[in-house]
Design a protein around this ligand. Structure first.
Ligand code: FAD
Length: 387
């Protein structure tokens, strides 16, 4: 199976994707199990990816980036997740920070940080979640207090991708608890400055290449121009950006599922029971048919949402549908692929157990499956509810 988004891309975009796919086959796929066993983020492989330009993806050309459109990012996410979604997720998080800072009003952010992020010299992260606030983003408690010439930041962030390796954190904080979401602002936090303390990355059931962990800010002094978005704007910007993230997580799930199905089909064609191949047994054939059916539906929802984002149209509902469907089907359908391979499906070398853990992670990141339900329900209420 080739990437389902390939037909959306130009020849030049396909060539970029081909080089990413070759890197993924040569470096990510053969090493992902070891990264998982060692519970570590492969900084060396992230730097190799940077050398191929993967961290320059969306940064505009006039800032030495590649200036690719959203559909290319989507295709890259799908392609790389076939080998390891955790690696792809970590990579994309740094590229997101580079692309975001390329639009910063501050020359220092653009000139000092963007080249270092794109080259993989340093890594980036985006920190909304806290130990006490995940889905309910407006309940964050990390505080920003005005000082002479800047702001003092105090609090704790948790469940942040790349927290173990990042130097730059786009960090959301509360300037006025009484104002709720309207009080939330966004700062660039530099881990090399005083007042920043990194926690150990979490030990998880899988997905360690994501490097999820936390950090504490204690009397961290941020200069005025490190405020990337002020109260009122920051929350709206985060909500706008999250649609893109939801759809690329759905594309990553499509990559996980496609890779799992391919593995199960290859095994099922070769393995014989009761005198014929596993695939010739209707019970098993239909089970994998169900996997293929859900994969096609997931691809369709992802493609639809991706096209809306690329053309700048409202993608709130389409993104929620794609992410919700991904969260609902990827985990059980990967389990079906494992089941179809018998006990062999559990073996590390097939990668399906790794994919299973990542499918579970995908059901939380950038809005959980339940929050997608909430979004879809709110949309229905708005259109069909009582006046
Ligand atoms: C590997 C990993 C990487 C992550 N990376 C990042 C990152 O880079 N940056 C970042 O900011 N965050 C990150 N997150 C955090 C992620 O965004 C949160 O896990 C997510 O928002 C859910 O929050 P929570 O885990 O605190 O669950 P909670 O908000 O405590 O929710 C617990 C459960 O209740 C459900 N729930 C909550 N509210 C409702 C409701 N109103 N109705 C019905 N059900 C509800 C949730 O869906 C969930 O199942 C990451 C998480 C993981 C696992």
């Amino acid at each position: 199976m080739t990437g389902f988004l390939r037909s959306e891309l130009t020849a030049e975009e396909c060539a970029f994707l081909d080089s990413a796919a070759a890197f993924s086959r040569a470096t990510v796929a053969p090493n992902a199990a070891a990264w998982e066993r060692e519970r570590r983020q492969p900084v060396e492989a992230l730097r190799e990816a940077a050398a191929l330009g993967l961290l320059r993806l969306e940064t505009p050309k006039d800032a030495s980036g590649l200036g690719h459109r959203y559909m290319v990012k989507l295709a890259l996410c799908e392609e790389m997740s076939r080998a390891d979604m955790a690696f792809a997720f970590s990579l994309v998080n740094t590229q997101n920070v580079a692309a975001r800072l390329a639009f910063s009003a501050t020359a220092r952010h653009r000139e000092e940080h963007v080249p270092a992020l794109m080259s993989g010299e340093i890594f980036g992260a985006t920190a909304l979640s806290e130990p006490g606030a995940g889905s309910d983003f407006s309940a964050i408690r990390t505080s920003a207090t005005k000082t002479d010439g800047g702001w003092r930041l105090d609090g704790e962030k948790g469940w942040i991708t790349n927290a173990g390796i990042a130097d730059l954190f786009i960090t959301y904080v509360q300037t006025d608890p009484a104002a709720g979401w309207r009080g939330i602002a966004c700062f660039l936090v530099d881990a090399r400055r005083p007042g920043f303390r990194r926690a150990e990355p979490y030990a998880l059931m899988g997905g360690h290449a994501i490097g999820a962990g936390g950090f504490t800010l204690e009397n961290y002094l941020a200069p005025e121009d490190d405020m990337l978005a002020g109260p009122g704007d920051a929350f709206k910007l985060a909500m706008k950006g999250v649609n893109g993230a939801r759809v690329y997580v759905a594309a990553m799930c499509a990559g996980l599922l496609a890779s799992s199905l391919e593995t199960a089909l290859a095994y099922g064609a070769a393995r014989k029971t009761f005198g014929k191949s596993l695939l010739e047994h209707q019970g098993l054939n239909w089970s994998l048919g169900d996997v293929a059916n859900d994969l096609e539906a997931l691809r369709g929802l992802t493609l639809h949402a991706g096209r809306l984002i690329d053309s700048g149209e409202d993608a709130v509902m389409a993104a929620a549908h794609a992410k919700k469907f991904a969260g609902r089907v990827t985990l059980p359908r990967i389990a079906d692929c494992i089941q179809s391979m018998g006990a062999t499906g559990l073996r590390e070398e097939h990668g399906l157990a790794r994919h299973l853990a990542c499918a579970k992670i995908a059901a939380y990141t950038d809005g959980s499956t339940e929050i997608m339900n909430d979004r879809i329900g709110a949309g229905l209420l708005k259109t069909y509810g009582p006046d």
